[in-house]
Ligand binder design. Structure first.
Ligand code: ADP
Ligand code: ADP
Length: 235
């Protein structure tokens, strides 16, 4: 479902235009349909850059990225906008619109993907039901707990019925109990919708809890990868 080959991304070092930071330095990755794949690593390892290359929020310097058989790195802007509808993303700090209700936040994502007004109400209700938040449809983000905010983030990410969900440290701002409930929800969505999930995290417990396969990233490269059960048993 996700196929990455020879991915490389560099940035100009801040304040030092003569120097380059190599954030991702030649990564190959295959994530099968319906898999939950984790990329584990410390801050600065290049995880976030890698993830942002999968939906082309960052354009790689070299290498190819394909999602669902479509090579994103070969598309023009218009093609890319279309292809991005098939890729949802959730964030550590939720990124909700504070001036809109829970339903309004989800409806906004539907507007953006071109769902007609008449259908929106039904779809909003379906999506909120999917994440267990129907009762809070009319609440504002400031009235929600962290876990509830992430549920809105997940509902919004699923608005365009994507096949792939990217998770950028989705549970890092949450306490252990809330983390567990969000991870359970992600697994549930993986099973019920056949959703393929690629997540990045600095927490081994997250990988252990929901990933079948994982890679350990350091200084822009994968230093280990494979089935989580194998990775855990290595010295
Ligand atoms: P992680 O998500 O694992 O913390 P990042 O992908 O955010 O890692 O960062 C990898 C490296 O790239 C770090 O050295 C970081 O400072 C650098 N980097 C990330 N984004 C930028 C940017 N926009 N400009 C310059 N350097 C960046
Ligand atoms: P906001 O004021 O935050 O923009 P609105 O009340 O205008 O939110 O609602 C935005 C959209 O969300 C509406 O067009 C409707 O489709 C949907 N919506 C609003 N409330 C509900 C609800 N309780 N259940 C389902 N959908 C809703």
């Amino acid at each position: 479902m996700i196929e990455i080959k020879g991915l490389r991304k560099t940035y100009r070092a801040k304040g030092r235009r003569d120097r380059e930071v190599v954030a991702v330095d030649g990564v190959d990755l295959t994530v099968g349909e319906g898999d939950v794949y984790g990329v584990l690593g410390r801050s600065g390892a290049g995880k976030s850059t890698l993830l942002r290359c999968v939906n082309m929020l960052e354009r790689p310097d070299a290498g190819t990225v394909s999602v669902g058989g479509v090579e994103l790195t070969a598309l023009n802007r218009r093609g890319l906008r279309q292809a991005r509808h098939g890729i949802g993303m959730i964030h550590q700090h939720f990124a909700l619109l504070s001036s809109r209700t829970v339903a309004g936040n989800v409806a906004f994502a539907l507007e953006v993907t071109g769902v007609p007004r008449a259908e929106r109400r039904t779809r909003v209700a379906e999506l909120l039901d999917l994440v267990g938040l129907s009762e809070r449809a009319d609440a504002y983000p400031s009235q929600l707990s962290g876990g509830q905010k992430q549920r809105v983030g997940i509902a919004r990410a699923l608005a365009a019925r994507p096949k792939v969900l990217l998770s950028d440290e989705a549970t890092s701002a949450l306490d252990p109990e809330t983390t567990e409930s969000i991870l359970r929800l992600l697994l549930d969505l993986n099973r019920r919708l056949g959703l393929t999930i690629l997540l990045i995290t600095h927490e081994m417990t997250v990988v252990k809890r929901i990933c079948q396969s994982a890679a350990v990233m350091r200084d822009g490269v994968f230093v280990e990868s494979g089935a989580v059960t194998d990775l855990l048993h290595r010295p």
